[in-house]
Design a protein around this ligand. Structure first.
Ligand SMILES: [Zn+2]
Ligand SMILES: [Zn+2]
Length: 81
C-alpha cells in the first residue's frame, strides 16, 4: 500500500500513487537551506524550525508572514519587548 503524503489517499500500486501525486502539482515551497520541498507554508515553517541547515535566527521566521513589517504596524520598539 502506498499513501499520498498530501491528502492521505491510499493506493495499491506505486504507479497510481505517482500519477496521483502529479495531479496535486509540484510542491512550490522550497527550504532554501536544504532544498526540501513542501506544498504547504505551514509545513515549511515547521520544517525550518527543525532544519539543521537553517541558522538560528531564520528558525524564528515563518516564510511569507515575514513580509509583514509588524514593527512599523505595532509602533513598538523590539528592544522594549
Ligand atoms: Zn493526494
Ligand atoms: Zn531545510
Amino acid at each position: 500500500m502506498y499513501g499520498c503524503a498530501i491528502c492521505d489517499k491510499i493506493f495499491k500500486q506505486k504507479d497510481l500513487l505517482t500519477q496521483h501525486i502529479q495531479m496535486h502539482g509540484e510542491p512550490k515551497l522550497v527550504c532554501h537551506h536544504c532544498g526540501c520541498k513542501f506544498k504547504w507554508r505551514q509545513s515549511l515553517g515547521e520544517h525550518i524550525k527543525h532544519c539543521k541547515y537553517a541558522p538560528p535566527g531564520e528558525k524564528l521566521v515563518v516564510p511569507a508572514l515575514s513580509k509583514v513589517p509588524w514593527k512599523k504596524n505595532a509602533g513598538l520598539n523590539p528592544d522594549d519587548l
